[in-house]
Design a protein around this ligand. Structure first.
Ligand code: MN
Length: 265
C-alpha cells in the first residue's frame, strides 16, 4: 500500500505478563523502519553508533539505504507491558542505494480531527507537518479515538490503510478491530470514521509505489541477486552493515528459499 510494505503490531501484553523486547543485531536494506510505542520502552542501537531510548509518544525512524544493522532491546529494569507497532516503508530507487540514517523525534505535531486528535507521524495533515524524513509521498497519522464520528480529509492521489490498535472503528460500513487492516484505493477525498468508544488507530497512506518490491527476511530489494548479496555479506560480517554495540547475539541470515537445496525424494 503506497511504499508501506510491512506492519508489525506487537502486544498488548497484560500487566501480569512482563515482556521485554530482545532483538539482537540484524541487517536491513532498502527500507525505513518506523517504530511507535503505546506502552513500554525500548532502546535502539545501530551500526552508525546511535543509541536511543524510545518511549510512548516518540518516533524512531531508521533508514537502511545500502545497509545498516541494529538491535532493539527493553532494559531489564523497564520490563513490563508492551504495546507498539513497527512499520516498514520501502525506499524508492532514488535513495535505496544511499547512505543509512537514524532519526528520533521526541515531539510530533497534533491536529484536531472532529472530536478526535491526530498525531502526525509522517507527512502532513491539517496544515501540520511531521519533522520525520520521507523518501516518497506518504502520510502516517495516529488517531486518538473518542466515541463519535469524524470526517478525515484525504489526498485522493494516495492509497490508504486503517490499522486499529485499540477499540473499534467503523469506516463507512466496515467494522475494523485490532488484527485487521482496512484498505482504501486512491480516489477518495474523505474518510468517514465512527468510533464506538475510546481507542487508537493508525491512518497510513501514500502515493502508489513506483515498482514492485522483493521483500525477504529483513531485506527490501527488487531482485533475488540483491537479496542473495545482502544475506551473504551479513553472514560474512562485511563492512557493508557494520557492527552494533549490543550484548545480544547477532542473528544470522537464513538461506533464501530459492537457494535452498531441493528435499531428497
Ligand atoms: Mn530490524
Amino acid at each position: 500500500m503506497g511504499p508501506w510494505c510491512f506492519v508489525d503490531h506487537f502486544g498488548p501484553t497484560g500487566e501480569d505478563d512482563p515482556r521485554r523486547l530482545e532483538v539482537g543485531p540484524h541487517p536491513h536494506i532498502g527500507l525505513s523502519t518506523v517504530t511507535w510505542l503505546l506502552e513500554g520502552a525500548a532502546v535502539h542501537t545501530d551500526s552508525l553508533g546511535s543509541e536511543q531510548a524510545l518511549r510512548p509518544g516518540q518516533l524512531n525512524l531508521m533508514t537502511a539505504g545500502h545497509g545498516i544493522a541494529h538491535a532493539e532491546e527493553t532494559p531489564l529494569e523497564e520490563a513490563g507491558p508492551m504495546h507498539g507497532v513497527q512499520f516498514w516503508v520501502a525506499q524508492p530507487e532514488a535513495t535505496r542505494h544511499g547512505a543509512p540514517a537514524f532519526e528520533h523525534h521526541g515531539e510530533l505535531p497534533e491536529v484536531a480531527v472532529g472530536p478526535m486528535w491526530a498525531t502526525v507521524l509522517l507527512g502532513s495533515h491539517g496544515g501540520s507537518t511531521s519533522p520525520a524524513r520521507t523518501d516518497w509521498p506518504i502520510i502516517g497519522l495516529e488517531l486518538l479515538l473518542r466515541r463519535g464520528a469524524a470526517e478525515v480529509p484525504l489526498d485522493p492521489s494516495f492509497e490508504h490503510a486503517v490499522v486499529v490498535l485499540e477499540g473499534t472503528l467503523e469506516v463507512g460500513d466496515t467494522v475494523i478491530e485490532p488484527g485487521r487492516l482496512g484498505y482504501l484505493a486512491s480516489g477518495d477525498t474523505e474518510l468517514a470514521l465512527r468510533a464506538h468508544g475510546d481507542g487508537r488507530a493508525l491512518l497510513l497512506g501514500g502515493a502508489p509505489f513506483e515498482s514492485e518490491v522483493l521483500m525477504w527476511w529483513n531485506f527490501v530489494a527488487r531482485t533475488r541477486d540483491e537479496v542473495d548479496a545482502a544475506a551473504r555479506e551479513w553472514n560474512e560480517a562485511s563492512d557493508r552493515f557494520g557492527a552494533v554495540p549490543s550484548g545480544l547475539d547477532r542473528i544470522p541470515s537464513p538461506v533464501p528459499p530459492w537457494r535452498a537445496s531441493p528435499a531428497p525424494d
